[in-house]
Ligand binder design. Structure first.
Ligand code: ATP
Length: 308
């Protein structure tokens, strides 16, 4: 490909993630917790557009239920850090403009920032036709954050280590989820600290979620509902008791099971069908919850939207 053939702009779409299982081990000497998790990518998306530019430019557009003020526009935005990292490693001259179109709720345990970072890595690769091997993109992703490799891979996958060691799983289902975002964030480090206080005897290696892996392979929602598990649910609910009330309410409206997403405060509800999800949304909106979204999973990892 010559310089004249290179695309002038590239858009990449990356999905939100939920954790169907999150086993947390005892904190390690380096401060990280060993994890045994099962991720699923669901159909809430951020799109990142990269364009060759004479100057560095940054833009952000948000869905109406997202407060743009919650997303940093400086160097602490993980998408811009991803751009700096891949640019430093590949040594390309010039600049890019970056625009983020955000629909994934912010700071809700749905890895929206990680999705943006993964999308930026892939967009940069395609914009400059670098054709970096998957292993290199995954390595860069792991340097940016524990959830970023999964955002590249998508689907349903097991995560180990700090969550960055990702292995795709056999998943026969089309699962319907209702996600309820919260106005008030919940700090991930605070939830982990509270976990360590509540569970001082956590194992050094969390156990394999064998029942959940078997349930995924059946595609049966009721069976999956019974096996969903989060070690961070107890500390999150202890810190924010209203999350427990919300989970009870969603289950009362017909959800098969409600759990916190990641470390919260977003809660997700597994439903038996799209119709079942609509009924849960109506019930929760009637009870005063404003941001109640329907999504299905699993969906693809970061992928190109256009390549003009
Ligand atoms: P984590 O579990 O990794 O803390 P999360 O999945 O709960 O994250 P994110 O939406 O990724 O939530 O945002 C976490 C924080 O990261 C936000 O409060 C925000 O200040 C910061 N942040 C940095 N870059 C971004 C980005 N591109 N999109 C959203 N938030 C970002």
């Amino acid at each position: 490909m010559t310089a004249l053939d290179l695309p002038r702009s590239v858009s990449v779409r990356a999905a939100a993630k939920i954790n169907l299982h999150l086993g947390v081990g005892a904190v390690r000497d380096d401060g990280f917790h060993p994890l045994e998790t099962v991720y699923q990518a669901i159909s809430l998306y951020d799109d990142v557009t990269l364009a060759s530019s004479v100057v560095r430019a940054r833009g952000l557009e948000c869905a109406d239920y997202i407060d743009a003020g919650d997303v940093p526009l400086g160097d602490d935005n993980i998408a811009f850090r991803a751009l700096d990292l891949v640019r430093a490693r590949t040594g390309r001259p010039g600049h890019e403009s970056v625009n983020i179109l955000k629909s994934i709720p912010v700071a809700g345990g749905m890895a929206g920032g990680s999705a943006d970072a993964a999308a930026t890595l892939l967009a940069y690769d395609r914009l400059h036709a670098l054709d970096l091997p998957d292993a290199v993109l995954l390595q860069l992703a792991a340097e940016l954050g524990s959830d970023v490799p999964f955002s590249l891979v998508g689907g349903t996958a097991r995560g180990r280590g700090r969550g960055e060691v990702v292995q795709p799983l056999d998943d026969r289902g089309t699962w319907w989820w209702v996600a309820v975002a919260s106005d008030v964030g919940l700090s991930t480090p605070e939830v982990y600290r509270h976990h360590d206080r509540l569970f001082p005897d956590a194992p050094t290696e969390p156990a394999e979620p064998a029942d959940l892996l078997a349930a995924l392979a059946t595609g049966e929602p009721l069976r999956l509902a019974r096996t969903l598990h989060k070690d961070l649910q107890a500390p999150a609910v202890d810190l924010r008791p209203e999350l427990g009330t919300l989970i009870d309410r969603g289950e009362g409206e017909g959800a098969l099971r409600g759990i916190v997403s990641g470390s919260g405060p977003t809660c997700i509800f597994l439903c038996d069908s799209l119709d079942g999800a609509h009924a849960v949304v109506a019930g929760l909106q009637g009870a005063g919850h404003d941001v109640v979204l329907i999504a299905n999973g699993p969906v693809a990892g970061a992928h190109l939207l256009e390549h003009p």
